[in-house]
Design a protein around this ligand. Structure first.
Ligand code: TRP
Ligand code: SF4
Length: 328
């Protein structure tokens, strides 16, 4: 048993959609077989932007665990817990904040982008600037070897490595290994309006959508915008429905649609009908699993509380080493 330990978190800010599934979650599913996995809901990180809406964050936490479990994140293999249940993350965050130069935080490209993007929120806060320090604490407190993350999170991991190095150097003790990034797949799934699938665009298909919701959403989904009449030839390469067929339909059907669409041999209505069946079939086992867990909340609570104990044990041990290294 010499599995590499990986740690990753997700902010609880609403239910997960197909884009999450084909990006992060499918990577987690692959990793869980041969890694020691720690997955947590980063509720404090969610508060850095949602501090005025803690209710929304609170409600999203249980949904997040249900989403994970329903796609097959296996509680026998993965430790799943919430960040805020383990106060040691906060203590380590504090200690790491002492030794992190502010310019490291200010030059972080993700920070600058988000300030720009979320203009409607007041994000000139201390907590938001310190976001990567909390993330560093989340990771090094478990002495993770690797961190599965999306491209946008790479600067945060680089900061984690720099902070870990600085700690080890200052206190002359190799308390923290420097974790490496493991890039998760990026999903290029398009939403119902043809833009990238995203909660904020309101164009997402959720893992928890019912059969009818899926049918409804796909029926009104954008296709090739140039294809106005049934007799117009279409271009599958620019069609959001086609990007999904490639994920959910067998190859021979995908090829057939590709061919027929280009010569107006198939209409969008029929093409969508086929996808509705395929996608609903693919989501059915996920729905069943979700229903099973949703009906047995006690079991979910038990899974999370066992995991929390396990994570806490490790975090406490690391903090003993940390306090000894710092000497305070
Ligand atoms: N910042 C990450 C995101 O927005 C979430 C996160 C918090 C995280 N702590 C982490 C990811 C630790 C990996 C490891 O997606
Ligand atoms: Fe898209 Fe299918 Fe219509 Fe072609 S037939 S434009 S692939 S929905």
């Amino acid at each position: 048993m010499n599995k590499k330990r990986i740690v990753s978190g997700m902010r609880p800010t609403g239910k997960l959609h197909l884009g999450h599934f084909h990006g992060v979650l499918s990577s987690w599913l692959e990793l869980q077989d041969d890694h020691e996995c720690f997955f947590f809901s980063a509720d404090w990180h969610a508060l850095t932007t949602e501090y005025a809406n803690p209710g929304f964050v609170r409600e999203s936490i249980d949904d997040l665990f249900l989403d994970w479990l329903s796609v097959g994140i296996d509680p026998e293999k993965c430790v799943m817990f919430r960040q805020s249940a383990i106060l040691e993350h906060a203590e380590l965050h504090l200690l790491l904040s002492m030794l992190t130069p502010v310019p490291w935080l200010e030059r972080n490209p993700t920070y600058k982008d988000q300030l720009e993007e979320l203009k409607e929120k007041e994000l000139n806060t201390y907590g938001f600037l310190g976001y990567p320090i909390l993330q560093a604490a989340d990771i090094v407190i478990y002495k993770a070897n690797a961190v599965p993350i999306g491209l946008d999170q790479l600067p945060h991991l680089e900061l984690t490595r720099e902070i870990a190095r600085r700690f080890n150097f200052l206190y002359k003790k190799e308390v923290f290994p420097e974790p490496v990034a493991m890039l998760t797949r990026t999903s290029r799934l398009l939403g119902t309006d043809g833009r990238k699938m995203s909660k904020s665009y309101g164009n997402a298909i959720y893992l928890s959508d019912s059969r009818d919701e899926v049918k409804q959403k796909l029926s009104t989904m954008f296709t090739d915008p140039q294809r106005l009449r049934r007799t117009d030839p279409g271009d599958p390469d620019v069609c959001a429905i086609f990007t999904m067929h490639k994920l959910y339909s067998p190859l021979n059907e995908v090829e057939e649609i590709d061919r027929e669409c280009r010569k107006a041999g198939i209409g969008c209505v029929d093409c969508k009908k086929r996808l509705i069946v395929r996608l609903n079939d693919a989501l059915e086992p996920i729905r069943e699993k979700r229903a099973g867990y949703a009906a047995d909340q006690k079991r979910v609570k038990q899974i999370v509380s066992d995991a929390t104990e396990k994570a806490r044990g490790i975090a406490k041990k690391t903090m003993e080493e940390v306090r000894e290294a710092v000497g305070i």
